[in-house]
Design a protein. Structure first.
Length: 637
C-alpha cells in the first residue's frame, strides 16, 4: 500500500484471524462504489488484450520450457500423422481399382498394406492423446499456481473483495474457470494445428487431381485448374460465415452463464458455512428462496444457450449431411468425363473431405470458440484485477504507512475515512513504546474497526501517517478468530511451521487455559471452528499469542468478549507470556483491573463525501448491488 509520492508499506504485518475484517470492508467499499457512476475505469477489452495477459503469465511460468518441449513433441506426432494420412489417401486408388477389376490378389495385397498403415496411425493417435493430456495437465498446474500465487500476495485477496463482482467468487475463477480454459485451449489449439497441417498437406493432393479440369458450356471450354480446391474453400467458407453469424451470441451467453453459476455456488457455500445460525433463526425458507433465485438465474442463462445451440445446430448439422454427397457431386464432372478412374474418384473424395474438414474446423468448433472467449475473458480479467489491487489508481487521500527508525509506533495526524464521515485520534500525535499497554476507545458511533484495519494496512483511505516500529511487525487479533483447516497442532502454530513448537509447549499452553481435554488431539484433523464453542475458539487465539510471543499486539474487541475466569486467564497470558510486548486493545474501558496504563480516544466526524475506495482498472469497478431478493453480494462478501 502506498500514498502518492510517498513510501511503500514496508513489509507484511502478521494477521492471524482476518475473517471478520473481510465481512465488513467488502460491503462498505462496494456500497460506496455502487453509487459513484464515474468511479469505474474502463475494463480490459478484446480477446487480444486478454490473450496478451495470459501469454505474459505463461512466459513467467516455471512450466514454460516443459510445455514448449511437449508442444514440439506433439507437433512431430501431428506431422507424422498427416504424412500417414497422405499415404492412406494414396492407398485408396489401387485398393478401389482392384475392386473395380475384381482382382482378388491385388485386393488382398492392398488389405495387408492397409494393416501396416493403420497400425502406424494407431500408434501416432495414442501418442497424440497422451501428449494432449500431459500438456493439459501441465498448463492447468502452471496457470492455477500462477493465479493462487498472485491472489495470495499480501492484502491482494482482501482488497479484491471490494472490487465488485470479479472479487466475489475467486474460487470459481481459480478452480473451475481455469480448468475449463485449459481444456478448451488444449483441445482448440491442437485441433487447429492439426487442421492447418492437414489442410496444407491435402490441398496439394486435391490440386493435382483436378489440375487439368476443363468444363464445356454452350460449346465453349473453360479451364479451371484445381477447381476442387476452390470448391472446397467456397463450400467451407460459406459454412463458416453462416455458422459465426448464427453462433456468435454464444460468447456473451456463456460468460453470463459462468457468472450465474458462480453466484449459485457462492450461495450454496455460504449457506453451508452458516448452518447453525440459519437453523437457530429458522431461516431455512429464506435461504431456500435465495438459493432458488440463483438457481433460476442459472436455468434462465442455460435456456438462452440451449436456444442458441439449437439454432447453430441447424447450420452445422445441415452442412454435415450435405458433406456426405458434396465431394461426389464436385468430383462427378471429372469422373464422368473419363479423367478419373473409380479409384481416382475415391482418392479425390478422400482428399476433398480432408481439406473440407480442415477448413470447416471453425464450423465444428464455433461453440467451443465462443466458450473459450468467454472463459478467457473471465480468467484474464481476474488476473488483471488481482494485479490492479497494487495500484493506487491515481487516488489521493491515502494513509501513509512507513517503517520507522525507532522501536516506537507513531500515529501522526491520523484521520480514517469511512462511509459517511471520518474517524480520527483525539491527539494530533500518539507514540506507543515497547511494553506499553494502551486502550483505544471512543464513542459508540466511532467505527473502531476501521482504525484496527488501518493499523494492519488493510484500510488505506484517509490521511496522516502510521510509522511502524523498526524491530518487529505488528500482530493483529480480530474479534472472530481464523483457524486453518488441518490438525490442532497446525492451528496452534499458524502461521508458522508446526516444527517450531514442541508437544510439551503446546499441551502446557492448553492446560493453562482449561483446554487440556484437547491435548490428545494435537495431530487430529478436524473443523476446529465447529468442534469448539465461540469462547474456546477465542481463547485458542490468545493461546496462540502466548506461544508465539510477538513484541507488538493489536486486539480488536476480542478481549471484551471474555467474562469472569476466562477473562482472567486471557489477561494472565498477556501479563505473563507477553510481559515485554506492547498491547494495544481497541475496545471498551473499565474492566481491565489496571492492566492498561493509558487510554487513547477516537472521535467520529460526519462528512458524506469522505470515502474514496479502491476501484479496479481491469474490471471497470464493482457491479453495485445484486438484484437477488433480500440481500446483496456486498452484504455477504
Amino acid at each position: 500500500m502506498k500514498s502518492p509520492g510517498k513510501s511503500v508499506h514496508p513489509g507484511r504485518a502478521s494477521v492471524w484471524e482476518n475473517g471478520q475484517i473481510c465481512h465488513s470492508i467488502g460491503g462498505i467499499v462496494q456500497e460506496n462504489l455502487s453509487t459513484d457512476g464515474n468511479s469505474a475505469a474502463k475494463p480490459v477489452q478484446g480477446v487480444f488484450s486478454h490473450a496478451k495477459i495470459m501469454w505474459g503469465a505463461f512466459l513467467g511460468s516455471p512450466f514454460r520450457n516443459v510445455i514448449f518441449l511437449l508442444g514440439a513433441a506433439i507437433l512431430c506426432v501431428i506431422l507424422l500423422t498427416a504424412y500417414g494420412q497422405i499415404i492412406l489417401n494414396r492407398w485408396n486408388a489401387p485398393f478401389f481399382d482392384s475392386m473395380e477389376r475384381r482382382d482378388l490378389s491385388a485386393f488382398m495385397q492392398q488389405l495387408w498394406i492397409f494393416v501396416w498403415i493403420a497400425g502406424g496411425l494407431l500408434i501416432l493417435n495414442v501418442a497424440q492423446v497422451y501428449l494432449n493430456q500431459l500438456i493439459r495437465l501441465k498448463l492447468r498446474e502452471g496457470l492455477t499456481r500462477d493465479l493462487i500465487g498472485e491472489w495470495m500476495q499480501p492484502r491482494r485477496a482482501f482488497r479484491l473483495m471490494g472490487a465488485g463482482e470479479i472479487g466475489s467468487n475467486p474460487d470459481q475463477r481459480i478452480h473451475e474457470d481455469t480448468r475449463h480454459l485449459v481444456d478448451l485451449t488444449t483441445d482448440l489449439g491442437i485441433g487447429l494445428l492439426q487442421a492447418s497441417i492437414l489442410l496444407v498437406s491435402f490441398v496439394g493432393v486435391l490440386w493435382a487431381l483436378s489440375a487439368n479440369f476443363a468444363i464445356t458450356i454452350s460449346g465453349q471450354t473453360f479451364n479451371i485448374p484445381g477447381y476442387m480446391v476452390w470448391a472446397a474453400f467456397l463450400y467451407a467458407g460459406t459454412a463458416s460465415w453462416i455458422s459465426w453469424m448464427v453462433g456468435r451470441s454464444l460468447v456473451a451467453l456463456n460468460g453470463n452463464k459462468y457468472a450465474r453459476e458462480a453466484e449459485l455456488r457462492f450461495s450454496l457455500m455460504h449457506a453451508n458455512e452458516h448452518l447453525d445460525a440459519i437453523s437457530l433463526a429458522s431461516g431455512e425458507p429464506d435461504e431456500r428462496r435465495r438459493i432458488e433465485f440463483d438457481l433460476s438465474s442459472v436455468i434462465k442463462a442455460a435456456r438462452r444457450i440451449m436456444r442458441a445451440v439449437t439454432n447453430l445446430t441447424w447450420v452445422t448439422a445441415g452442412y454435415g449431411w450435405m458433406t456426405v454427397v458434396a465431394p461426389f457431386i464436385i468430383a462427378a464432372p471429372a469422373y464422368f468425363s473419363g479423367d478419373l478412374t473409380f479409384g481416382g474418384l475415391m482418392m479425390a473424395v478422400g482428399a476433398f473431405n480432408q481439406v473440407h474438414e480442415s477448413l470447416r474446423w471453425f464450423v465444428n468448433n464455433i461453440g467451443g470458440i465462443a466458450d473459450f472467449r468467454a472463459t478467457l475473458t473471465r480468467v484474464a480479467e481476474f488476473r488483471a484485477a488481482i494485479k490492479a489491487t497494487d495500484d493506487d489508481d491515481g487516488a489521493d487521500n491515502r494513509i501513509e504507512i512507513v517503517k520507522g527508525n525507532s522501536e516506537k509506533l507513531v500515529l501522526t495526524g491520523l484521520k480514517i475515512s469511512v462511509q459517511g464521515g471520518h474517524v480520527r485520534l483525539a491527539d494530533a500525535q500518539v507514540e506507543i513504546r515497547p511494553g506499553e499497554h494502551v486502550l483505544v476507545n471512543g464513542a459508540q458511533s466511532a467505527p473502531k474497526a476501521q482504525f484496527f484495519r488501518a493499523l494492519a494496512g488493510l484500510w488505506e483511505w484517509g490521511s496522516g501517517r502510521i510509522t511502524l516500529p523498526s524491530d518487529e511487525a505488528l500482530t493483529f487479533v480480530p474479534r472472530t478468530p481464523y483457524f486453518p483447516p488441518g490438525t490442532l497442532r497446525s492451528v496452534l502454530c499458524y502461521p508458522r511451521a508446526t516444527t517450531e513448537l514442541t508437544d510439551a509447549e503446546l499441551i502446557a499452553a492448553l492446560v493453562r487455559v482449561d483446554l487440556g481435554r484437547f491435548s490428545a488431539s494435537l495431530d487430529r484433523t478436524a473443523r476446529w471452528d465447529r468442534e469448539m464453542n465461540e469462547e474456546e475458539q477465542r481463547m485458542l487465539s490468545f493461546v496462540r499469542l502466548g506461544l508465539h510471543k510477538p513484541k507488538w499486539v493489536v486486539i480488536h474487541e476480542a478481549l471484551d468478549l471474555f467474562e469472569g475466569d476466562a477473562r482472567k486467564r486471557v489477561l494472565a497470558i498477556l501479563d505473563n507470556e507477553l510481559k515485554d510486548a506492547a498491547i494495544i486493545n481497541i475496545g471498551r474501558p473499565g474492566r481491565d483491573g489496571g492492566f492498561f496504563s493509558r487510554t487513547v480516544h477516537l472521535s467520529a466526524e460526519t462528512d458524506i463525501a469522505s470515502l474514496k475506495p479502491f476501484k479496479s482498472r481491469a474490471t471497470g469497478g464493482p457491479r453495485g448491488r445484486s438484484s437477488r431478493p433480500g440481500t446483496s453480494k456486498a452484504d455477504v462478501a
